[in-house]
Ligand binder design. Structure first.
Ligand code: FMN
Length: 200
């Protein structure tokens, strides 16, 4: 029995959609449960509304202390200048007390992301987010090339060996493609299988 948390931040819904696909992948592994939770919004509500943020996100807001209940944590964050969103960083920066007692040592960590543009920093965002997971003592898991669409260069879509990703477009009008959602599902299942083995 392994417990997986998909922990995400999303302004416009792309990462929210990817998070659900990641969780469905994790749940495909027998004996694994997966929760989807988001980190608190830090932008004032007026700013969020004026910026047309997606305000109707059903996922409950996570608390820092509950992170220790999970065997694997899969983090989803849109890129902000090639790095994770400050909402996610703020949340992770509250793990100091848990870090100090090694509460994450040996847990599985993995990341997925979205960008506006094709080369807007998907890999750098995932790798920068992974830095935090290394410090927390987690076992980092990516997205293997056995997910065949990672090799597809015929259309606009995400997909990196570091983690699933999607391209939102400059105006956010693109949606995660079936292959993007497939990558998210594959990553969730891959992480869950490893977490289940480590938890056995
Ligand atoms: C302050 C800020 C910085 C951003 N930086 C980048 C960037 O470096 N590269 C990029 O492609 N998109 C960038 N974006 C676009 C977001 O990554 C994009 O809106 C996001 O991936 C959509 O995901 P979401 O719908 O889950 O919020 C930025 C957006 C904001 C607001």
């Amino acid at each position: 029995m392994a417990k997986v948390l998909v922990l995400y931040y999303s302004s416009y819904g792309h990462i929210e959609a990817m998070a659900q696909a990641v969780a469905e992948g994790a749940r495909a592994v027998p004996g694994v449960t997966a929760d989807v939770k988001r980190v608190p919004e830090l932008v004032p509500e007026e700013v969020a509304r004026n910026s047309h943020y997606k305000m109707d996100q059903a996922a409950p807001v996570a608390t820092v202390n509950e992170l220790t209940e999970y065997d694997a944590i899969i983090i989803g964050t849109p890129t902000r200048y090639g790095n994770m969103a400050s909402q996610m960083k703020n949340f992770l920066d509250q793990t100091g007390g848990l870090w100090a007692r090694g509460a994450f040592n040996g847990k599985v960590g993995s990341c997925f992301t979205s960008t506006a543009s094709l080369h807007g920093g998907q890999e750098s965002t995932i790798l920068a987010t992974n830095n935090v997971l290394y410090h927390l003592g987690m076992v980092i898991v990516g997205l293997p090339y056995s997910y065949a669409p990672l090799q597809d260069v015929t259309k606009v879509q995400g997909g990196t060996p570091y983690g699933a990703s999607t391209v939102a477009g400059g105006d956010g009008s693109l949606k995660p493609t079936p292959d993007d959602l497939g990558a998210a599902h594959f990553q969730g299942e891959h992480v869950a299988r490893i977490a289940a083995k480590l938890a056995a």
